[in-house]
Design a protein around this ligand. Sequence first.
Ligand SMILES: [Zn+2]
Length: 110
Amino acid sequence: METKKQKFYCNTCIWETNHTILKHHKEYYEETIYFEDANVGEISDLLWSNDIYQIIKCNWCDQISFRETSINSECTNKRDIEENFYPKRNVNQHKHKKIKQYRKTLKIFI
Ligand SMILES: [Zn+2]
C-alpha cells in the first residue's frame, strides 16, 4: 500500500512538491506458463504485471494530474519501472538546478 502523500515534479510550481493521492487504482495480473526442458522436463514460470493509476493533486498549487506506473516480472531494477504523467512533466534539468539554488539561497535569508 502506497502512502497518501508523495513527492512528484509539478509543472506549475516547476519543482518537486508533495502531492496528495486523491484516487488510487491497482490492476494486478499473473499467469503461470509451462514449457518443456529437454533435461529437466516440464518447467513453470510465473509472469505478472502490476499497474497503478493515480489522480494526484499538488499540495502547493492544487494542480490535478494523472500518474500511471507499470512494473512486471521482467523488470530487473528501478529504471525498468514505467512511469507516465498526464499532462507530461516539463522537467528542464538546467532550469530545475537554478531554481534549486535559488530556493536554497532564500532559505538562508528567511
Ligand atoms: Zn504545484
